[in-house]
Design a protein around this ligand. Structure first.
Ligand code: SF4
Length: 375
């Protein structure tokens, strides 16, 4: 559970301090899909990032990007896809839904075309593995070795709360950067760079370990083209998903912690060791130090200087951020049935990051394309 709070706080800090899309829990393997999940990914904006933000707030399906569909001509949808018909149908429908494609019916057949060409928007990708406590490393070293040998991300980083010794650094692949995360005090965590990462060879083939048996490890060789496609898939998922995928507990002990720029008074409630100085959190009326529940109806809290803090699901009974999906419910001794506090995740993400919740550019481009007719 400590790792969950660590991860959300780190995401909130990165989103505020780095010009990047921040997302969590993303697949980062190619030969064995699902075999490697990144805790956190940073996707830095590439040259055409503005075109991407004006396209759609959602992830564009990989099959739709790969499809033989351009922006200037209508294509019979079945001719456009080179994948299983069900996957093609679902990708085409989703692409229309998110306005990456538009469709038209002619003589009973459905034709599609891109609303705008898919842009070159992906810059560097940083993969971060969270291991708050290095005394219980689990599969850490194997995971980091996979990241280095596959080189799907431009940089691999280990984030920890532990004091990092020379022995730790010797065990971790030398290409992996190391951050020490200092949490507590009701603020976003401080990030101390213990070791800078070495850029990985993303444009070359990679080696992905698949299964280890005594004396033998099976591997997959992944081509540069497969990696490029997997990087785009990862970046698209990061763009659509972000990191606010947490649930808010439907429990009277849940309050919303505000952290980062724009957070006021002691309403931040974030302590690295699971303790809190203020476990009572009297209800605020919008004028007190307690910013929790200010804003109403899930609107993001905005401070006097216009900054929007990040919201985290905080439990006053446990005195820390909680993972409602695994920790909350009638089995918890502190549980008290209540409506979960409302959070407008999209409005908050839009205000704090380069992601755009409600792009309108697609409609403008469509109007422009229509001048060229539909034939
Ligand atoms: S951990 Fe228990 S007390 Fe805290 S919000 Fe969840 S259910 Fe409620």
């Amino acid at each position: 559970m400590r790792e969950f709070a660590f991860e959300l706080e780190l995401c909130a800090a990165l989103e505020e301090r780095r010009d990047a899309i921040v997302a969590r829990q993303l697949g980062a393997s190619v030969a064995d899909p699902g075999g490697r999940i990144l805790d956190v990914a940073l996707v830095e904006p590439g040259p055409a990032f503005g075109q991407r933000t004006s396209m759609t707030a959602a992830a564009v399906p990989d099959a739709a990007i790969e499809a033989d569909v351009g922006p200037g001509r209508w294509t019979y949808w079945k001719d456009a896809f080179d994948c299983h018909p069900e996957r093609a149908r679902s990708a085409a429908d989703r692409a229309v839904e998110i306005e990456f494609f538009e469709r038209e019916r002619r003589r009973g057949r459905e034709y599609v075309r891109q609303v705008a060409r898919y842009p070159d928007w992906i810059g560097r990708i940083v993969g971060i593995e969270n291991k708050p406590d290095l005394r219980s490393p689990g599969d850490l070293v194997d995971q980091l070795r996979t990241d280095v040998s596959l080189a799907l991300v431009d940089e691999a980083v280990l984030a920890t709360e532990s004091y990092v010794t020379g022995a730790h650094l010797n065990r971790i692949p030398e290409e992996v950067g190391v951050w020490r995360i200092q949490r507590g005090g009701g603020e976003l965590p401080e990030i101390e760079i213990v070791r800078e990462p070495t850029p990985l060879a993303v444009d070359e083939p990679g080696i992905e370990p698949l299964a280890a048996r005594p004396g033998r490890t099976d591997i997959g060789v992944v081509s540069a083209a497969e990696k490029a496609r997997a990087r785009r898939r990862l970046a698209e998922r990061a763009y659509g998903k972000g990191w606010r995928t947490y649930e808010v507990p439907a429990c009277g002990a849940c309050e919303l912690a505000r952290v980062g720029k724009g957070a006021t008074g002691d309403a931040t409630h974030v302590d690295g060791d699971g303790t809190t100085e203020d476990a009572t959190h009297p209800e605020g009326d919008g004028t007190t130090e307690d910013a929790t529940h200010v804003g109403g109806e899930g609107a993001p809290f905005t401070s006097a200087d216009g900054a929007v803090p990040a919201t985290l699901p905080y439990c006053t009974w446990k005195g820390r951020v909680v993972d409602a999906a695994s920790e909350c419910g009638p089995d918890c001794p502190g549980y008290e049935l209540a409506e979960p506090p409302a959070v407008d995740r999209d409005a908050e993400r839009d205000a704090r990051t380069p992601w755009v919740a409600d792009p309108s550019g697609a409609h403008r481009r469509q109007a422009g394309l229509d001048r060229f007719g539909s034939g």
